[in-house]
Design a protein around this ligand. Structure first.
Ligand code: SF4
Length: 126
C-alpha cells in the first residue's frame, strides 16, 4: 500500500480498530465515537499524546511489545456503548467518560485546536 501511495501520489482512508497498524500506516489519525469525530491530528500527536478522553482510553489499550515501556496504565471504560439511534444528549461519550461533568450533557462539544496540535471535541482537556 505504501509503495502504491508513493508511485501514484494517492491518499488512503484506512479504517481499522488495530491502532498500532493505524499508526504505522497513517500520517493523520481521526478518532470517532458513535459516528462523530472526537479527535483528529498528526499520527504522532494522536498516538503518543492523545487528548480526548476516548482517544486516551483507546491508545492505552494498545499492547506494548517493548518490556521497558509496559508500565503504562490501561484505562478501562465502564458501561456499555449507547445505541447510535439514541445518543446521549450533549457529548455522546459522557455516559462512559471518566471526566464527565454536568455541563457535558448540555451541548455537543465543538472541536478546538489543543496543545498537541490536534483538533479535539472536549472543552475539559488541554
Ligand atoms: S465533553 Fe465531557 S463527557 Fe465529553 S469527553 Fe469531554 S469531559 Fe468527557
Amino acid at each position: 500500500m505504501e509503495d502504491l501511495q508513493k508511485e501514484f501520489g494517492m491518499s488512503y482512508l484506512f479504517i481499522a480498530h488495530d491502532l498500532s497498524v493505524v499508526y504505522h500506516i497513517s500520517q493523520r489519525i481521526a478518532v470517532m465515537y458513535l459516528g462523530s469525530m472526537v479527535e483528529i491530528g498528526s499520527a504522532d500527536a494522536v498516538y503518543f499524546e492523545p487528548t480526548h478522553p476516548y482517544s486516551r482510553a483507546l491508545i492505552s489499550s494498545v499492547p506494548e511489545p517493548d518490556p521497558t515501556r509496559r508500565n503504562k496504565k490501561r484505562i478501562v471504560l465502564q458501561g456499555d456503548i449507547p445505541t447510535p439511534l439514541n445518543k446521549p444528549s450533549g457529548c455522546a461519550f459522557r455516559t462512559r467518560c471518566p471526566m464527565a461533568q454536568q455541563s457535558c450533557a448540555e451541548a455537543v462539544p465543538q472541536t478546538v485546536l489543543k496543545n498537541s496540535g490536534a483538533l479535539v471535541a472536549c472543552p475539559h482537556v488541554g
